[in-house]
Design a protein around this ligand. Sequence first.
Ligand code: SF4
Length: 429
Amino acid sequence: MRKNILLINPYIEDFSAYDHFSKPLGLIWLSSYLKEHFNVYFINALNRLYQKVKFKPDGTGDFPKRKIPAPENLKDIPRDFKRYGIDEGLFLQKLKEIEKPDYIFITSGMTYWYTGIQYTISLIKEVYSNIPIFLGGIYATILPNHAKREIDCDYVIPNQNIDSVLDELEKLLGVNFTRELKLPDYEILGEYYYLPILTSTGCVFNCSYCIGHKLSSFKQFDPIIFAILIKNLKDKYGCKNFAFYDDALLVNSEKHVIPFLEKIIEYDLNINFYTPNGLHIKYLTPTIAKLMKKSGFVDIRLSLESIDEHFQVKKGNKTSKEEFKKAMEILYNAGFTKDNIKVYTLLNIPEADNTSIEKTMEWIYQNGGQPMLAFYSPIPGTKDFEKASKITPLDEPLFQNNTVYLYRSRFDMNYFQYLKTLENRFKKA
Ligand code: SF4
């Protein structure tokens, strides 16, 4: 008889969280492999549909949330602390509705969200006290020892590479998984306002503040498979919005994104594409931009971070001021406007000159884009983490929260407010 596995996307505890195209892609990808041997169930503690929280037509928007007391060691942060996720009673009801699981798998995100996992497990244990719990995902990969110590689970799977995860699960579950590429199990999500798409893993750069390139090696999948997938998802679920989770979508474009976009155009799907992780400015060409416009890209995010040359060279060399200017010309020539182009400006990173934030925002606006502030959060295992640790203690994952770091690194909050006003002004102008 097939055993049952329950997959859970846990609660988040933070000062702020928002569904900007955030779905647990790793978990639903794993589900495709697990289904070879198990009955798989899924509970998304962040699912707004369970609780009728309003959201935008593209599927982004608020999570269900409520204020909770901040942990004692965060009491100095003058902001409301919240738990994001459905009502406790609803979660318990969902747990009781499904067939009793033999194993429970929980995913994880930011390191400083671990208390949300603890809370999720405390609810699970109210219903199922003796079922083995596996913890995977980003936090489990970055801080496995902390997870083993602090999370009441039976196994921590510290890996983001699907083959390595399957290797480990084979040993623990006593089954053999197929190793050919499977596509994510979108069916299990149960909501299709937008769907996440990942056509490649890893990144070709090595930025000092980012962990992406360390979590997975750079690998591109056959792009045509993903064009067909998108067509099928549109046909099956009527999904119109697709968000790329790739960190390096434009790399090797002749063999990757160009054939993908040509195929999408051939299918004439009338869909929208979003790039929440940002695109590499360096690799944008007139051909790519024209194909992006024709295939339905509506929200283009570019990762500029700063126009300060010292910053660019020191932090990863992923682009320059001139490349950005050229990319903007290319996008405008392809028919995009300011409303479509949002450009990330990184705030509060160690050793960066904070006065350059304002100059960067102005440069973005002058060249036709909308500046968007992104708040640095220190990630263990990155070069900048060591530098940030000298500014304020970061040994406790809760201190790695971008809001906490913002306050404790003594960022000038008046200047911060001014930057937020500037961001708003550029957006409306
Ligand atoms: S380019 Fe982006 S994804 Fe790649 S290492 Fe740098 S910040 Fe990370």
